[in-house]
Design a protein around this ligand. Structure first.
Ligand SMILES: CC(=O)[C@@H](O)[C@H](O)COP(=O)(O)O
Ligand SMILES: NCC(=O)COP(=O)(O)O
Length: 277
C-alpha cells in the first residue's frame, strides 16, 4: 500500500540573502491513495487445451506446456476448472501445474467436500467457487451464495485457513454481492456470460451497465472484483475499461484463437486489448 503525503502550501516568512521571502510551510496530512493496478490482470483459462486432449484420450496437447507458453506471452495467472465430471482438466493437470507454474493458479471448482479437500491438499494461490451442473455445456450462471450462505461460508473458511484466496463466481446482483461479503470471501468474480450472450447492442449495453454497477457494489463492499465468462476479442475492451476491475479470466476465446494464430500470439493479443482499454 503506498501512502502519499499531500502538501499544502501556506505561509511562513523566511529571511533569505536576497530580498524576497519565500512563502513555504508545509502541513503534512497523510492521504492514503489506493494504487490502481497499472492494467487489469489477465487470467488465462486453459480448460479447453484439455478438452482437445480428452477428445481422443491422447497425451497431447499438454496443459502444462500451454500454461507456460501463456505465461511467457503475458498471462498474469492460469485458471483451470477441475469439474466433478472431469470432462477436461484432470487431477494430474492440477497437481503438475501446482509444481510448474511461474505465475499463480486460480483453481475453479464446485463448493463440495471433495473439491475443498483437493484444494487444501494442492494449495493453489486462488480458488474460485463456481456452480456446476453435469448436463451443462459450460457454466450457465453465478453461484447462488445467498441461498447457500452457511455452506459457502464454511468452504471459504476452510480454504482461507489453508492460505487460499477465495473468490465467488456470482452474477452482478446486489444480494449475491452482499452475501459474498458476509461469507468472508476476499474476492468475487462477476459472471459476464449474460453480457457476452447479448443478441443486440441495446441488450449488450444494458448488461455492460449491470456489470459496471456490480463492480462498483463489490468495491464498495471492500471486495476484490474480477470478471469472466464468454469474453472474446470483440467484447472484452468495454469490460476491461470498467474502473476498479482487478482481473479478467478468459479461456475459450483465447484457446479457440490459438488454433488459428498460435497460443503465444492469442494471449499476447488479448493482453494488448486489455492494456489499451
Ligand atoms: C466459471 C466459468 O465461467 C469458466 O471459467 C468455466 O471454466 C466454464 O466451464 P468450462 O471451462 O467447462 O466451459
Ligand atoms: N471464469 C471465467 C473463465 O475462467 C473463462 O471463461 P471462458 O472465457 O472460457 O468463458
Amino acid at each position: 500500500m503506498f501512502s502519499f503525503f499531500r502538501c499544502q502550501l501556506s505561509t511562513i516568512n523566511c529571511q533569505l540573502p536576497i530580498a524576497f521571502s519565500v512563502i513555504i510551510s508545509v502541513h503534512f496530512q497523510p492521504t492514503v491513495l489506493i494504487p490502481m493496478p497499472s492494467s487489469v490482470l489477465l487470467g488465462v483459462n486453459i480448460d479447453h487445451i484439455a478438452t482437445l486432449r480428452q477428445a481422443r484420450g491422447t497425451r497431447y496437447p499438454e496443459p502444462v506446456q500451454a500454461a507456460l507458453v501463456a505465461e511467457q506471452a503475458g498471462a498474469d495467472g492460469i485458471t483451470v476448472h477441475l469439474r466433478e465430471d472431469r470432462r477436461h482438466i484432470q487431477d494430474r493437470d492440477v497437481e503438475l501445474l501446482a509444481q510448474t507454474l511461474q505465475t499463480r493458479m486460480n483453481l475453479e471448482m464446485a463448493a463440495t467436500e471433495e473439491m475443498v479437500g483437493i484444494a487444501r491438499r494442492i494449495g493453489p494461490a486462488h480458488c474460485c467457487l463456481v456452480p456446476e451442473k453435469r448436463e451443462e455445456l459450460t457454466t450457465e450462471g453465478g453461484l447462488d451464495v445467498a441461498a447457500n450462505e452457511a455452506w459457502i461460508k464454511a468452504c471459504c473458511d476452510r480454504l482461507g485457513e489453508a492460505g487460499i484466496e477465495v473468490s465467488l463466481f456470482i452474477d452482478a446482483d446486489a444480494t449475491q454481492i452482499e452475501a459474498a461479503r458476509r461469507c468472508g470471501a476476499p474476492a468475487i468474480e462477476i459472471h459476464t456470460g449474460h453480457y457476452a450472450d447479448a443478441t443486440n447492442e441495446a441488450a449488450r449495453l444494458a448488461e455492460l451497465e449491470r456489470v459496471r454497477e456490480g463492480v462498483a457494489l463489490g468495491l464498495n463492499a471492500g471486495l476484490i472484483v474480477n470478471a469472466g465468462h464468454g469474453l472474446h476479442y470483440h467484447n472484452t475492451r468495454d469490460i476491461a475499461a470498467i474502473p476498479g476491475i482487478n482481473e479478467l479470466n478468459i479461456g475459450h476465446a483465447i484457446i479457440a484463437q490459438a488454433v488459428i494464430s498460435g497460443l503465444h500470439e492469442a494471449v499476447r493479443e488479448m493482453r494488448e486489448i486489455i492494456k489499451n482499454s
